[in-house]
Write a protein that binds this ligand. Structure first.
Ligand code: ZN
Length: 266
């Protein structure tokens, strides 16, 4: 039994353009291959993110960066098999609570507390996602869930994967919105897989967490080419290592391309 058995529709809830591909691109590609209809809700447009050095770096801090990241997300979503009509922005109907005027939530930014763990930025915009009341964000997510009625909602774990405040906030809102609408929720479980760790090693890590709420792991290495193509869409955020298997973020951090993802029902 897989928690994806008999699931016709899934909604992914993410904070920034590129998270859908970096964290869950292989899983989305797998679902598309299984005939599962995937919808994607993205909370912000990654306005605070750094820009990869090169021709696009002139966009940093400008409104044009917002448009570029919207374009990049459209490119990546298409590569992963998500239809145009199945992409949504938080704060824009139908991902907006009834009776409230549409709004944009902005990227809250982050700083590194230590390698691998992010925390709040020093200067947080007034329209930042983390400044918005959790009840408002949850109501917007719930409005979309109520409209789509997916069989399953998927988002970050309660640590936001690596601590980004926007990721943590979207975990909270996606979980609460799922509960409010009676839809199943699963969190993404990720292990930083280094080059020496095989798929068997990943399964072993999952086993270590076995018990109530054990994660189901998916070996998604067959989708590496699809994920790589989607990653290349996010050219203002990252570069793909030509040697294969790694991405390099605009800040210089290297990270393996994720092709094994765990899901845990909460
Ligand atoms: Zn993110």
């Amino acid at each position: 039994m897989s928690l994806l058995d008999g699931v016709p529709t899934v909604l992914f809830v993410h904070a920034h353009p590129d998270d859908e591909t970096i964290a869950t691109g292989a899983l989305i590609a797998e679902m598309a291959a299984r005939g599962i209809r995937v919808s994607l809700l993205t909370a912000t447009r990654g306005e605070q993110g750094e820009v990869v050095r090169g021709p696009l770096s002139v966009l940093e801090g400008t409104d044009a960066l917002t448009r570029e990241r919207e374009r990049e997300l459209a490119c990546a979503a298409a590569a992963l098999g998500i239809g145009f009509a199945d992409r949504f922005w938080l704060g824009t109907p139908p991902a907006r609570a009834a009776g409230l005027a549409p709004r944009a939530y902005r990227d809250s930014g982050m700083t590194w507390i230590r390698p691998g763990l992010a925390g709040p930025a020093d200067d947080i915009d007034g329209d930042a996602l983390v400044r918005a009341p959790l009840a408002e964000v949850t109501a917007d997510v719930a409005a979309l869930i109520g409209q789509l009625r997916p069989a399953l909602v998927i988002s970050y774990d309660n640590g936001g994967g690596y601590g980004h405040p926007d990721h943590v906030r979207m975990h909270e809102a996606a979980l609460a919105g799922s509960r409010a609408t009676g839809v199943a929720f699963a969190e993404v479980v990720q292990v930083k897989v280094d080059g020496a760790t095989s798929g068997a090693g990943v399964a072993g890590v999952a086993g270590a967490g076995a018990g109530a709420g054990a994660a189901e792991w998916f070996d998604l290495s067959a989708h590496l080419a699809t994920v790589t193509a989607a990653l290349r869409c996010h050219a203002s955020q990252l570069t793909v290592d030509e040697g294969g298997g790694h991405i390099v973020h605009s800040g210089g951090q290297r990270e393996p391309i994720i092709t094994a993802v765990g899901l845990r029902l909460l």
